[in-house]
Design a protein around this ligand. Structure first.
Ligand SMILES: O=C(CO)COP(=O)(O)O
Length: 256
């Protein structure tokens, strides 16, 4: 039976693009993809560009995401951004637990879990990132690593909350390296993630939740991933920065 899950393609711009550059990007992609159907398209710019893009994206089907959020409602957390600050600007998605945040900003499974809960409480869809590093892959630990990350990230949720989340499987060794997991292998890991979700929340939730692959995805390769039964989209870094390349990604995605 074909999946009923709508594909979701998210652009993670990381620390790229000023506000002026972000607006220029949207001007170039809005017409070619701004009214495409049967695909969820999310742009996650730096925080500084969110308010401007919120205006540029209104009236299109391009949705706004953020790259991080704090779990507290408010408080003495210098440099941090709360869920309400994001929702006020029309942000609908937030990336949580990206491997770069885990590696460089001390994000742990425990803080990821608190962020997931805070996001869902504010009706922000968390894009929960999991994935193994090269040493873990070579030691045959991929399944156990992603399973443990999922169990901890989604801990304490009930099924109706969990199924709102999106999961992104991003093997760390494939991020920004030009090296990517084969589509079949990425699907095996995504299937394992889905089975883990089924064991936590039941089959209905597992069948509803969308799981993306991320790691050196390009317009030429995205279809290979999306044709896999357990891969419902892509979280894209480098190839999402150029407007033409981004349009190419979305066009390919809707041919799933
Ligand atoms: O980290 C990623 C998206 O979150 C993937 O980045 P690249 O697509 O540049 O490999």
């Amino acid at each position: 039976m074909p999946s009923l899950r709508t594909p979701i393609i998210a652009a993670n711009w990381k620390m790229h693009k000023t506000t002026a550059e972000s607006k220029q990007f949207v001007t170039e992609v809005r017409d070619p993809i701004g009214n495409m159907e049967n695909v969820t398209i999310v742009i996650c710019p730096p925080f500084t560009a969110i308010e401007s893009l919120s205006g540029c994206l209104s009236g299109t089907n391009l949705l706004l995401g953020a790259q991080n959020v704090h779990f507290a409602e408010e408080g003495p957390y210098t440099g941090e951004i709360s869920p309400a600050m994001l929702t006020e600007l029309g942000v609908r998605f937030v990336i949580v637990g990206h491997s770069e945040r885990r590696a460089y900003f001390n994000e742990t499974d425990a803080t990821v879990n608190r962020k997931v809960q805070a996001a869902l409480h504010h009706r922000l869809v968390p894009i929960v990132c999991v994935g193994e590093d090269l040493a873990e892959r070579e030691a045959g630990q991929t399944f156990s690593i992603v399973e443990s990350q999922i169990r901890l990230a989604l801990g304490g949720l009930d099924a109706s909350a969990a199924e709102q989340a999106v999961v992104a499987y991003e093997p760390i060794w494939a991020i920004g390296t030009g090296r990517s997991a084969s589509a079949a292998n990425a699907n095996e890991v995504c299937r394992h993630i889905r089975q883990t979700i089924a064991s936590l929340f039941g089959d209905t939730t597992a069948n509803k939740i969308r799981i993306q692959y991320g790691g050196s995805v390009k317009p030429e390769t995205i279809q290979d991933y999306l044709q896999q039964p357990d891969i419902d989209g892509a979280l894209v870094g480098g190839a999402s920065l150029d407007p033409q390349s981004f349009v190419g990604l979305i066009r390919a995605a809707i041919q799933k």
